[in-house]
Write a protein that binds this ligand. Structure first.
Ligand code: GTP
Ligand code: MG
Length: 545
């Protein structure tokens, strides 16, 4: 309905407007002004969590009769929403209007009996479809929503077909961002995990954080979850009854020990009783203890942590910045993609720059524009109301939740200009002396000797890029310089003519995503390579595609 309304308004606006902005842009502007856009981060998360509680996940055969399937399921209650996706076969997410329908549906299900396999008596919301609906005469293949990103080669062609660098950045975000369905599935997986953790902590909530909720998530990214026990320990606050609960009095040496033992038992539970949870690893000695596993029915790689409230606040902060100006998300998606194809970031933990650090680098760059595109974190704190007050482990994590209070300066930089100047900014940044500080929106003297220092926004004495070594920082700077240089050369950034077979040579953002010549020649050989004429360089780039 929201989209239809926006479409209608966009059409009207477009019809009556003499300016040459595209209908798409008008639609976006109208959408930005809707009440949906004004909802706070917490309200959005709560709504999604509640919808997940009313949902089930059903593994389906490759072909079945969709209508019969829905007719059968809806016998147990009204369906609000449903969609299909592919992960080890076809799967359906069905959201009922009421939670009671799930109990009715479960009652109609049978428990499978397989030879040599004993059943664990745990009735999950993960079901499997066999029988009538898959034996109909009119079987069909259902339409599945996007669940994994398109391959880079396809992305390069898609980008090259766009008319401008600005359109390329928008197209990249569109191709990579998490769909509504994918986010719903992520909340459902958290909810399913919550059913398991409830065996120990009936009032616990498992909440997603990181790129699932911070608006910078790419299809296929990991699912970061945290076990929220505040609803349980909140009972500490009640006064006057004279009773205290014995289990809270267990003496342990630190909060970390508690977190480790909670995650240890939950990890055990997920391993033994979690349907579809495989490869469970307990990584309890990490700085932030976690349980890592693959959730096969959804295809997500999951990281479950506990006692990690600061991380969820960081996710909210990123979300807020992403909402303030649409250019933030486009540049972050472009920079994250650029970093991934050039192996600046990696899915393996190590000395690489992380996506989180890269995002903070983009935010800082946006704060440093003249006029500034983004406010500083201190400004976001100063605008906060009394209900926004948030102190976590002694750290002030307060940020304004009502975004209408934030007055932005007028900055009309194009996405192309921003991306180019991002590369110039970090290609020349004095990383040896300065620390990135989004709280103040200004570089500060480095308080420690780490090659890259990015102040943790909420735990200000910490460096979020402590893991990055000098080599990785050098690679980042070298690639920034190379990309800035490609922009300055101009030729690569211009759209070429259509070639036979509907192919357009990679240009603009697509050209920046091609393998780097400096990298393949080794950083030392970069100077020599740079002196090559532009035409030779473009040829090399095209050949490497
Ligand atoms: P992906 O690479 O797409 O998974 O991005 P992500 O933002 O989800 O990053 P990641 O999974 O590495 O971390 C999840 C969340 O944990 C981040 O969004 C941050 O909120 C938080 N986080 C990650 N690394 C750090 C760190 O070094 N310090 C702090 N304070 N928080 C971190
Ligand atoms: Mg993540």
């Amino acid at each position: 309905k929201l989209c239809q309304k926006a479409d209608l308004q966009a059409q009207r606006l477009f019809a009556s407007s003499a300016v040459s902005s595209s209908a798409k842009e008008v639609k976006r502007a109208v959408l930005d002004d809707t009440s949906e856009h004004k909802k706070s981060f917490c309200a959005i998360q709560e709504e999604r969590r509640e919808r997940a509680l009313r949902s089930v996940l059903i593994s389906c055969p490759p072909k079945f009769n969709e209508k019969k399937f829905l007719d059968y399921i809806s016998k147990h209650g009204d369906i609000t929403n449903h969609f299909f996706y592919q992960s080890y076969g076809t799967n359906a997410v069905v959201e009922f209007t009421s939670r009671d329908s799930i109990a009715a549906l479960k009652r109609s299900c049978t428990i499978p009996s397989v030879q040599h396999e004993a059943a664990v008596p745990f009735k999950s919301r993960l079901l499997s479809l066999k029988g009538n609906v898959s034996q109909s005469s009119s079987l069909n293949t259902v339409r599945c929503c996007e669940h994994s990103p398109i391959p880079v080669s396809e992305l390069l062609q898609k980008l090259s077909r766009q008319e401008s660098v600005d359109e390329q950045l928008r197209c990249l975000t569109e191709a990579y961002q998490l769909s509504e369905e994918d986010i719903s599935l992520r909340f459902l997986v958290c909810s399913l995990l919550g059913d398991i953790a409830a065996a120990y902590f009936p009032e616990c909530i498992i909440r997603p954080f990181g790129s699932t909720v911070n608006s910078f998530g790419k299809l296929g990214c990991d699912l970061d979850m945290f076990l929220d026990l505040d609803g349980v320990s909140g009972q500490k606050q009640s006064k006057g009854s004279g009773l205290s609960i014995e289990y809270q009095m267990k003496s342990v040496t630190s909060d970390r020990t508690v977190t480790q033992s909670i995650l240890s038992v939950i990890g055990e539970c997920v391993d033994k009783f979690g349907p579809g949870c495989v490869g469970v690893q307990k990584i309890l000695s990490a700085r932030c203890p976690l349980v890592r596993f693959a959730h096969q029915p959804s295809g997500f790689q999951c990281d479950l942590t506990a006692n990690n409230r600061v991380a969820i606040k960081s996710s909210e902060l990123l979300f807020v910045y992403g909402r303030l100006d649409e250019r933030v998300r486009h540049v972050v998606f472009a920079v994250r993609c650029w970093a991934r194809v050039h192996s600046i970031t990696s899915s393996i933990p190590g000395a690489w720059i992380t996506n989180f650090s890269l995002t903070v680098l983009v935010l800082f760059f946006f704060q440093r524009r003249v006029p500034a595109i983004l406010p500083t974190l201190d400004q976001l704190r100063d605008l906060a109301g009394p209900s926004d007050k948030c102190i976590i482990e002694g750290n002030d994590c307060t940020i304004v939740s009502d975004l209408s209070k934030i007055k932005l300066e007028k900055n009309t930089d194009t996405l192309e200009k921003l991306l180019q100047e991002f590369f110039e900014f970090y290609g020349n940044f004095a990383f040896n002396r300065n620390s990135i500080n989004i709280r103040r929106g200004k570089e500060q003297n480095k308080p420690e000797a780490a090659p890259l220092h990015i102040q943790n926004p909420f735990e200000t004495s910490l460096n979020i890029s402590k893991n990055v070594n000098a080599t990785q920082l050098e690679r980042f700077v070298a690639l920034c310089r190379e990309s800035a240089w490609l922009f300055q050369e101009g030729e690569v950034i211009k759209r070429g003519a259509l070639q036979s077979g509907d192919l357009i040579p990679p240009w603009g953002l697509a050209a920046l995503l091609l393998p780097s010549v400096a990298e393949s020649a080794g950083v030392k050989g970069r100077r020599k390579k740079k002196r090559e004429p532009a035409s030779a360089r473009i040829r090399t780039l095209l050949e490497s595609l």
